[in-house]
Design a binder for this molecule. Structure first.
Ligand code: GLU
Length: 427
């Protein structure tokens, strides 16, 4: 039996890493795409400079009367192709460096999917599990108010990310709307349904991970029926992907989240786990930093937790045939190279987890037109767009003999930098 202190230590060390920073990882990825950009390489420097970064102080009065200050960020990495788009995360390890990288990955992701958006991201350095509902609401509202001058349906549209959800989006939408004097439902996506949210949005990222895995499996001749799947992260993305893989006959043999690790060769009952993990905190099991998770024999490894989790050491140990990046930035560049040398297929974050922002785009379009689509229509459109994007990425990778990550960057950067070039420099 582990005591509470040990559990907290395990939870924090699960997220901690001595690895290169997320922004450093992103810069390596940009370095790798530059040789494939032809004349557009002239503009590549633009991707190394976030367009706008905002650091805000977020003071709130806690339930016990003490006033505490939290640090918040909103980064708009690139707006060449449209308004900024990207989530807001509440996590004790949020930094400006991380938010810059997450915003940049959104720039690449929206372009890879050909959505008419740029890339942005926000966050607050806070452990939301230590806050009451009342404190969480105050924190969200004050943060929204602080960044309200740079967000808006045509400017920058936040959405849920790690530890934020539809309720947080409702508070953000309300705060912004109260300041503007009208109801601006298009200012955030991932809202509750009756506030202009979209059907299918909650599970969209997990669905996109599944679609990507399904397409990749068919390419390498791996049957999903009976395939062994390990999943790191059992939040919105990991749990939705787990359900779809299980529904399609795969066996979920290991799950690890910030609260614990479950390993069961016979297969974990995902439906039951989803139900209980919503009531209790997390999935339980052995400690969250149990390294045995990475040695569990599997065919598909889904990384749906945080950045920098796939280290070179873990890349050498995994038995997976395929890695699906449900999280943003989970694989370090050194690990990427080892996986590639070992012929393990990596489906990169900037396409694999793009289902969320794609349905966010559908939500934004629905809000503008005040006309709402059925869930079947949304899921079908998501499937079609992702399959088409994957087809182009695969063709580019084959043509240039490059990884799928670099191929995704080639396609995305061509779109971003062409827009940059056509718009020209102002003044
Ligand atoms: N936070 C999600 C992501 O990292 C979704 C962002 C959005 O819908 O704007 O892609």
């Amino acid at each position: 039996m582990t005591n509470t202190n040990e559990k907290t230590a395990a939870r924090l060390s699960y997220a901690k890493s001595d690895a290169p920073s997320p922004w450093a990882t992103y810069l390596v990825q940009v370095e790798r795409v530059a040789p494939y950009l032809g004349n557009l390489a002239r503009w590549v420097e633009t991707l190394r400079h976030p367009k706008r970064t905002m650091i805000v102080d977020v003071p709130i009065e806690m339930d016990d009367g003490v006033v505490r200050h939290f640090e918040g960020f909103r980064v708009q990495h690139n707006l060449s192709r449209g308004p900024g788009k990207g989530g807001v995360r509440f996590h004790p390890q949020v930094t400006l460096d991380e938010t810059m990288a997450l915003a940049a990955w959104m720039t690449i992701k929206t372009a890879a999917m050909d959505l008419p958006f740029g890339g942005a991201k926000g966050g607050i350095r806070v452990d939301p599990f230590m806050l009451s509902q009342n404190e969480l609401e105050k924190l969200t509202r004050r943060y929204t108010s602080e960044i309200s001058m740079i967000i808006g349906p045509q400017k920058d549209i936040p959405a849920p990310d790690v530890n934020t959800n539809a309720q947080v989006m409702a508070w953000m939408m309300d705060t912004y709307s109260m300041q503007m004097g009208f109801t601006a439902s298009g200012v955030v996506t991932g809202k509750p349904l009756h506030l202009g949210g979209s059907l299918g949005r909650v599970k969209a990222t997990g669905r996109g991970v599944f679609v990507t895995g399904r397409e990749a499996a068919s390419r390498i001749g791996l049957a999903l029926e009976g395939a062994r799947v390990c999943i790191q992260g059992f939040g919105n993305v990991g749990s939705s992907a787990a359900e779809l893989f299980a529904y399609n006959g795969a066996r979920i043999v290991a799950i690890q989240d910030q609260w614990g690790t479950l390993i069961d060769e016979a297969g974990i009952d995902v439906k039951a786990l989803v139900a209980t993990s919503h009531q209790t905190k997390g999935i339980g099991g052995s400690p969250a930093n149990n390294e045995a998770f990475w040695d569990t024999p599997c065919d598909i490894l889904i990384l749906a937790a945080l950045e920098s989790q796939m280290t070179p050491d873990r890349a050498r140990r995994t038995t997976a045939k395929m890695v699906l990046e449900g999280a943003n930035g989970p694989t370090l560049p050194g690990a990427d190279d080892i996986l590639s040398d070992r012929n393990i297929l990596v489906m990169p974050d900037v396409i694999c987890n793009a289902g969320g922002v794609t349905v966010s785009y559908f939500e934004w379009v629905q809000d503008f037109s005040s006309f709402f689509w059925s869930e079947n229509e949304i899921n079908a459109r998501l499937d079609t767009l992702m399959v088409e994007a994957l087809r182009k990425i695969w063709a580019c990778a084959d043509r240039n003999s490059i990884s799928l990550r670099t191929a995704t960057y080639v396609i995305a950067c061509e779109r971003i930098l062409t827009a940059r070039q056509e718009r020209g420099l102002y003044p």
